[in-house]
Ligand binder design. Structure first.
Ligand code: 8DG
Ligand code: MG
Ligand code: MG
Length: 146
């Protein structure tokens, strides 16, 4: 039977940069299960992209972005047809650069949704990356360069 397709949704995800590393978590989800992805989630009613990014980071990792400058980087269109549940996301990519001098404790706040967070060197990213991220990076996108 044909299940009706859900409308496209807006997701906000964030590159958290520290030195030459980024924060990635291995997903536990029907979408992109076991792949490495950025922190982030669904834009809620009335939120700015910056507010959504900061909220999701706090909910998922416990990190407080507080007075750090959160910047918009780019947007991509991602249609997931090969997943158990078909879905379509317009994904907004943000960035924050953390102070190298400060200590940043990252916790796995939603262990039902993520196997764990860790820092990965940009020159040596883990595999497999979540497909929308993979696609961008293969296209030459560099969150450090902008
Ligand atoms: P929420 O209930 O907390 O709002 O949502 P979530 O459970 O945190 O949602 P999510 O799956 O983490 O993110 C929503 C969608 O964003 C995801 O299903 C597909 C899209 N998305 C990308 N790239 C990335 C990425 O690198 N990381 C995350 N987390 N989501 C991404 O297109
Ligand atoms: Mg979330
Ligand atoms: Mg999430």
């Amino acid at each position: 039977p044909n299940t009706p397709l859900p409308p496209p949704r807006v997701a906000v995800v964030i590159f958290i940069l520290k030195n030459r590393s980024i924060l990635l978590g291995r997903r536990r989800s029907t979408v992109g299960d076991a792949t490495f992805a950025l922190p982030g989630g669904h834009l809620e009613f009335g939120e700015s992209f910056e507010e959504c990014a900061a909220r999701e980071v706090k909910e998922e990792t416990g990190l407080e972005l507080g007075r750090n400058k959160i910047e918009y980087l780019t947007v991509t269109n991602n249609v997931f047809l090969e997943q158990p549940k078909k879905c379509h996301y317009v994904t907004v990519f943000m960035r924050v650069v953390l102070d190298v001098e400060e200590e940043h404790v990252v916790k796995n706040m939603e262990p039902d949704k993520c196997y764990g967070w860790d820092w990965y060197a940009w020159e040596n990213l883990p595999n497999p990356l979540f497909w929308p991220l993979e696609k961008m990076l293969k296209g030459g996108f560099d969150p450090f360069a902008i």
